[in-house]
Design a protein. Structure first.
Ligand SMILES: Nc1nc2c(ncn2[C@H]2C[C@H](O)[C@@H](COP(=O)(O)OP(=O)(O)OP(=O)(O)O)O2)c(=O)[nH]1
Ligand SMILES: [Mg+2]
Ligand SMILES: [Mg+2]
Length: 448
DNA sequence: GCCGTTTTCGGCCCGACTGTTTTCAGTCG
């Protein structure tokens, strides 16, 4: 699957064009397609083979051609040429916070700085503070930026960030000056990984909220602190952004801060066409500048004649177009989940009895579960022998007679052995309701 | 470079914080 490779390439193209001072809208187009490809749930190669490239939002004829060239030749001539024009180390300077394309270009052209080590040296030798637009503060900021870069984290899993996010929300929630508080950004959109923690607060006393936020014990470094927006780095190197607005702007601010960026841009463009202007403070009439709405998030969509778009869909992957036609997909909700077809019990490496599992599942509103313990090859996980499996089937039969309005299905997670065969014969497997086949060893075998 | 229920050309989101600036550019959300 080449999605990520293509995504990275388009992102690099965007970064090079930025340093070269190219048309910002062209750059945005490359940034956008990089993001789309990073998050595309389908193999781009398959989309290409089915002739569907142009159906991807953000793909036009130029980018479609580039994707095709890369998929068929393994290279992109345009990118290869572009790369020649700027040393890769200069592009990497953009990863330092507070260093953008203008600064990177300046440093490269004036001082020949083409990697981070050279930059650090130049700063320490006080070479940069006399460059135009630079000063004393620039020195300490760049050094801090390099330090932060060295400690930087990749995106973290939603579940990893959640406890910290909840802690911070809890701390701010306790303030009497806090009116409403909500997760925002990718955290609220429930992306699998998040780049930072975004939190929205409404209050009439923003200074108090900000002071508390930036003085939290979890905070290691304050990146910026203003009356409506502050950013910090926590002791475990997670970036946290807090925005505070007045209660009357809660809806508009939540819409803005939930994003995604691409979703916001498309929504705001739609608003412009309808004679409206959207920002984080509300929706305004373009002509009169009068505020039209913005206290509730849903109103921002309603005023555009759109149904409410759930945060999980706000990635500009076609959801606004779908909303315009009232064809938004219905998201699966917890209450709609009726069963679980992969459960382990005490019989192998699980920690509860089958009966306990069934009762817990019933409690959750499920109608069925399948018990799929490990098979005999997985000795360390208490894998079931043929005899044990037979006993388990009997036990499940008995249990089902006791249970009301709930079914336990028989099953196995049968091991795929290193020679490719299964741990049980087809005859045994055919007795079961559910069979999961899984590889547990031999991961380093040749692909032949 | 993308896109179109006003457009196939000419638009393209909008604002906060910082530092160096003498009025705003750069960077970021
Ligand atoms: N209108 C507008 N909103 C933006 C822009 N950049 C960011 N936002 C809004 C939407 C984002 O979801 C929200 C938070 O910004 P982040 O940089 O934290 O992005 P997000 O949380 O979506 O992704 P992340 O996982 O942090 O990389 O701020 C922008 O350029 N324009
Ligand atoms: Mg974020
Ligand atoms: Mg953020």
């Amino acid at each position: 699957m080449k999605n990520l490779e293509l995504s990275r390439m388009f992102d690099q193209i965007a970064r090079i064009l930025k340093i070269k001072g190219e048309n910002p809208f062209k750059i945005r187009a490359y940034e956008k397609i990089a993001l789309v490809l990073e998050n595309l749930p389908i193999d781009i190669e398959i989309i290409y083979q089915q002739g569907g490239l142009n159906n991807i939002p953000g793909v036009g004829s130029a980018i479609a051609q580039k994707i095709e060239e890369f998929l068929t030749t393994g290279k992109l001539e345009y990118y290869e040429k572009l790369k020649e024009t700027i040393p890769s180390g200069v592009i990497e300077l953009l990863d330092i916070s507070e260093v953008g394309p203008k600064t990177a270009k300046l440093l490269y052209e004036e001082l020949g700085v083409d990697n981070m080590e050279k930059l650090e040296k130049a700063v320490r030798q006080h070479q940069i503070k006399d460059l135009p637009g630079m000063g004393e503060k620039s020195e300490t900021n760049i050094l801090r930026g390099i330090e932060l870069y060295k400690r930087r984290k990749e995106r973290v899993l939603l579940g990893t960030a959640l406890p910290l996010a909840e802690e911070i929300v809890e701390s701010l929630h306790q303030l009497k000056e806090t009116d409403k508080i909500s997760f925002a950004g990718s955290l609220r959109r429930k992306k699998e990984t998040i780049g930072d923690i975004d939190i929205l607060v409404t209050s009439q006393k923003p200074e108090k909220i900000m002071k508390t936020f930036t003085s939290l014990p979890q905070v290691r470094e304050i990146l910026a602190e203003g009356p409506t927006k502050s950013s910090v780095i926590t002791k475990d190197d997670i970036h946290v952004d807090v925005r505070v607005v007045e209660p009357i702007s809660f809806g508009a601010a939540l819409q803005y801060f939930t994003g995604s960026k691409a979703h916001n841009i498309k929504l705001r463009e739609l608003a412009i066409k309808r004679g409206l202007k959207i920002n984080e403070y509300g929706v305004f009439d373009s002509k009169t500048e009068q505020r039209v709405t913005g206290e509730e998030e849903e109103e921002v969509y309603t005023i555009l004649d759109l149904p409410f778009i759930p945060p999980e869909l706000r990635e500009d992957r076609g959801e606004i177009e779908a909303a315009l036609e009232n064809k938004l997909p219905r998201l699966v909700e917890y209450l709609q989940i009726k069963g679980d077809l992969h459960c382990h019990s005490q019989w192998s490496d699980g920690i509860h009895t089958i009966k306990q599992m069934a009762e817990a599942a019933k409690q959750k509103g499920y109608k069925y579960i399948a018990i799929t313990d490990h098979s005999q090859s997985l000795k360390f996980a208490g894998g079931l022998t043929e005899e044990r499996l037979q006993e388990q089937i009997e036990e499940i039969r008995k249990l089902n007679r006791e249970l009301d309005d709930f079914t336990v299905l028989t099953g196995i997670e049968v091991d795929i052995k290193t020679d490719g065969s299964l741990d049980f014969s087809d005859e045994i497997l055919s007795k079961l309701d559910v069979v999961i086949a899984a590889i547990h060893s031999g991961f380093k075998q040749e692909s032949k």
